[in-house]
Write a protein that binds this ligand. Structure first.
Ligand code: MEV
Length: 441
């Protein structure tokens, strides 16, 4: 690919139509590109404006399928789960697992805790021994100065839970940190946490500046940065399924239920000892989680970042799910951190996110954690089940057949014939192309 000519300064200041034209000029047929990109604009200009304002330099919308996994039983409650994902088979896999476990008591879920973390990173030139006695007064000042910011959150049962002073000077000269724990109730809480932390930064600076009893040098602090942490190990949810091993009979035509349970466990155990497998295994978990996180207008990058950190908590990256077999009971469990919101942010702005939450019965953030994690476990179960039996390609390529047929501009009639033909044939791009050529001749 050759280098592209630079776009002139001031692109962000252009009108949307002008941006579109500028970009279209990078294509062979600008007119066609403009029509195509415009065809993805919302027909209602008010609605489109909403999307334009989510992010900068928007020239069109990028569609991703919005699917449904029906009848997911979690803690005895039935959910119709919206999933936004482009990858074939994910919704089908989640739905198949939901059906399988629905007949075996459903999914069980428990929110472990909902604590979130924020940090004030600062520099101070004195020793920890001199800082420690000042901390109670500093803490009081921080809490007082943020009272107006936290008042509403407190009314809802949340707010600041704890402030710790951490000494990192042995690793980085003069570097200290305030580690703050929050409960942000039903909001993801990024704005709330960051607003509190920025105020903490100002208050911390002023606190030292006003301590005339300290030598001049110690009255100065450097507020390096204040920001929430996406590492949320204490905002965590646990989901599991369990059944007598005999109830796994029939999954593999050659293995009994108890033997299949052992094989499934081996496949999950491999993801505990081998990071190459662990990465793929956990990716399969996030197929399900992300789809719900996106459908409900939450931040999937934050959720994934926390998950991968959590997967490394023992010093090596490993599977987020585990299998145990005790006294003939097969138990498949997933424990993941997950910072979600059901109020505020995109959850209330994006019209489809709002509808997703409505479809889920307007859950609390904690309940949504259980739903998203369940879809992670459901997808993980289906993936490992396929991998340990017939392999994933059979199901995957059947779904993918449609994509290939569309790429090759197959007509409805050709699609029907191809589906019939590939019922007992291996699907590949080349094979489909060859088949279409043969029937087009
Ligand atoms: C594909 O998106 C996900 C899988 O690779 C997950 C896995 O291997 O467990 C099927």
């Amino acid at each position: 690919m050759g280098s592209r000519e630079r776009i002139k300064k001031g692109f962000s200041k252009l009108l949307k139509e002008e941006k579109l034209k500028t970009i279209a000029n990078y294509f062979e047929n600008p007119g066609e590109v403009i029509s195509l990109l415009k065809s993805y604009w919302h027909s209602d200009s008010k609605q489109q404006q909403l999307f334009d304002e989510f992010s900068e330099n928007t020239i069109t919308n990028f569609f991703i399928p919005y699917g449904i996994s029906p009848n997911v039983m979690i803690n005895g409650k039935n959910y119709i789960v919206p999933m936004v994902i482009e990858e074939s088979s994910v919704v089908a896999a989640a739905s198949a697992a939901a059906k399988f476990w629905g007949e075996r008591g459903g999914f069980h879920a428990e929110v472990v805790d909902v604590r979130k973390v924020g940090q004030v990173h600062f520099g101070w030139k004195g020793p920890m021994a001199q800082l420690t006695p000042l901390f109670p007064a500093l803490k009081e000042r921080l809490l007082n100065d943020t009272e107006t910011i936290t008042a509403n959150m407190k009314k809802r049962g949340g707010g600041i839970l704890d402030i710790q002073l951490l000494d990192y000077t042995d690793r980085l000269p003069d570097y200290y940190q305030l580690r703050v724990e929050f409960n942000t109730c039903d909001s993801m809480g990024a704005n709330f946490i960051n607003t509190v932390l920025e105020q903490f930064g100002h208050s911390l600076h002023d606190f030292f500046a006003q301590r005339l009893d300290l030598p001049e040098e110690l009255r100065q602090t450097e507020i390096i940065m204040t920001i929430l942490s996406n590492n949320t190990p204490d905002c965590r949810v646990k989901v599991w399924v369990e059944c007598p091993v005999e109830q796994l009979e029939g999954i593999d035509e050659h293995l009994s239920g108890p033997d299949y349970a052992l094989k499934f466990k081996k496949a999950v155990d491999i993801a505990h000892i081998d990071i190459d497998r662990a990465t793929t295994h956990n990716k399969g978990i996030y197929n399900g989680i992300d789809a719900v996180v996106i459908a409900t207008g939450n931040d999937f990058r934050a959720v994934e970042a926390a998950g991968h950190t959590y997967a490394s908590r023992r010093g090596r990256y490993e599977s987020l799910s585990t299998v145990t077999i005790n006294d003939g009971i097969f138990r498949f469990e997933l424990e993941v951190p997950m910072a979600l919101g059901t109020v505020g942010g995109l959850t209330s702005l994006h019209p489809l996110a709002k509808k997703s939450l409505e479809l889920l019965g307007n859950p609390t953030a904690a309940e949504l954690m259980t739903i998203a994690a369940t879809m992670g476990l459901a997808n993980n179960f289906s993936a490992v089940r396929s991998l340990t039996t017939k392999g994933i390609q059979a199901g995957h390529m059947k779904m993918h057949l449609n994509n290939i047929l569309n790429q090759l501009h197959a007509s409805e009639d050709e699609k029907q014939k191809a589906h019939e033909f590939f019922k007992d044939q291996t699907v590949s791009y080349a094979a489909v192309e060859k088949y279409l050529d043969s029937i087009r001749k």
